[in-house]
Design a protein around this ligand. Structure first.
Ligand code: AMP
Ligand code: MG
Length: 409
């Protein structure tokens, strides 16, 4: 199979997934659970926002536009939740608070800062035009307006909007089920002792499970499997019956004990397995059945980390119903040190980005870039996204960076 570019593999994954898209099931969940879930229907407002003409300021509601120097009798009050009811004489006015209903017959609100008052009399100190400081009923959202579309990944401000519109039960797509398996005879579980120098702790499965917890995903933890073709096939076959997606770590390169490609090939189909990316060249995309996708990440921790960001995140969001699938945040930064790079593969190097006093983003490569370096990726807060044609770059060059969004508040 040919080495293809990062964008070609991203496109291949997106196209293959959408060619065999199953409509996920809907469920209604409480608003409090809806953050980061994918909306399954368009949402139409059932009420106006604001619900009535309300005051935008603390001040005084007047039955007409007011000139500086004009005087008015204060005859009542309208507070949020306590509207004024009654008639307002032509020379009268109403003390009014932000968000309170503007009484019938009032034509403007004078902000408190533009008034003086004493002994029940208000003096306006600035001309105030008709309509000033009044938010009209429905001016922001009119009942019947579509405010959010199906496919939307609900975020903090959407919870605010949905709550403001009075929604409590939110229609979302059911979470997808993702099974995670680590492979390798050398692996031991964190929390248990290493009993020989050939053993290492399984960091990839824990990283994957942690990262999946931020997606609309139910996880199945398949633990660790030995480098044994029969056992791997049995495990994958079993998991394919339960999961929408299986992600494995390790065993996908060209080593003597890399059995996963064969296993996937026996059970189902391999769509692609080699991408011109560094780290993370071995990356298997396949399907194990009509209903179960397979992604095989290489065992080197940083390769799997980058593969997850570049290929898995968009794939999982797409399977979870997100439409459009969000793009990663990327922007330009200036290298503070030279970068080693050979043309031919796109690099996702690890870096520390920060802003200088002038507001420019600077990027400092996070040391050696080998794909086993877990300390370097932990210290980093961004990728340097270097295109395949790029060679080495000098300090001062402008590069594209992709922040680890969880590293920023
Ligand atoms: P592999 O892709 O299986 O050839 O593994 C490549 C490298 O990654 C080897 O040094 C493995 O020991 C290491 N590795 C494989 N799986 C894991 C894992 N789950 N956690 C940490 N390192 C791993
Ligand atoms: Mg291995």
């Amino acid at each position: 199979m040919a080495l293809i570019s990062v964008t070609e593999l991203q496109q291949l994954i997106a196209d293959t997934l959408s060619a065999r898209r199953r409509t996920p099931e809907r469920e209604n969940i409480a608003l409090l659970q809806a953050n980061n879930r994918v909306l399954a229907r368009d949402i139409q407002a059932g009420i106006n926002i604001p619900a009535a003409d309300v005051s935008a300021m603390d001040g005084y509601a007047l039955p007409a536009a007011a000139r500086a120097g004009s005087r008015w009798r204060i005859i009542g009050e309208s507070a949020a939740g306590h509207a004024f009811s009654g008639d307002i004489p032509a020379d009268g006015c109403i003390r009014i608070m932000t968000g309170a209903v503007v009484p019938d017959g009032c034509r403007c609100v004078v902000m408190q800062e533009n008034t003086e008052s004493g002994e029940g009399i208000l003096t306006v100190t600035q001309d105030t035009a008709e309509g000033s400081n009044i938010r009209r009923a429905g001016e922001e959202v009119a009942s019947g307006d579509t405010v959010l579309s199906a496919g939307r990944i609900l975020r903090d401000a959407d919870i605010m909007l949905l709550a403001a519109l009075g929604f409590h039960a939110i229609p979302v797509w059911r979470k997808i089920t993702v099974a995670v398996l680590s492979t390798g005879d050398e692996l031991r579980e964190p929390g248990t002792p290493l009993t020989s120098p050939e053993q290492i702790y399984d960091s990839n499965r824990h990283t994957l499970l942690a990262r999946l917890s931020r997606l609309p995903v139910d996880t199945i933890d398949l633990g660790q499997a030995p480098d044994d073709p029969g056992q791997l096939e049995a495990l994958l076959t079993q998991a394919a019956a339960q999961a929408d997606v299986i992600i494995t770590s390790g065993g996908v390169s060209v080593g003597d004990y890399d059995y996963l490609r064969d296993a996937v090939d026996h059970i189902g189909t391999i769509h692609h397995y080699k991408v011109a990316m560094k780290p993370g060249k071995p990356f298997v995309f396949g399907s194990l059945s009509e209903s179960c996708w397979y992604f095989g990440l290489p065992g080197n921790p940083v390769s799997g980390f980058a593969g997850f960001d570049i290929f898995l995140k968009p794939a999982l969001w797409s399977l979870a119903g997100a439409d459009p699938v969000p793009e990663p945040l990327r922007f330009s930064a200036i290298l503070t040190q030279p970068v080693k790079k050979s043309p031919g593969r796109a690099d996702m190097q690890r870096a520390l980005i920060r802003r200088d006093e002038a507001g420019n983003w600077l990027a400092e490569p996070a040391g050696e870039q080998d794909s086993h370096r877990v300390l370097g990726v932990s210290r980093a807060n961004a990728y340097l996204v270097l295109p395949s044609e790029s060679g080495p770059l000098p300090a001062g060059a402008t590069v594209l960076v992709q922040p680890f969004t969880e590293a920023f508040l």
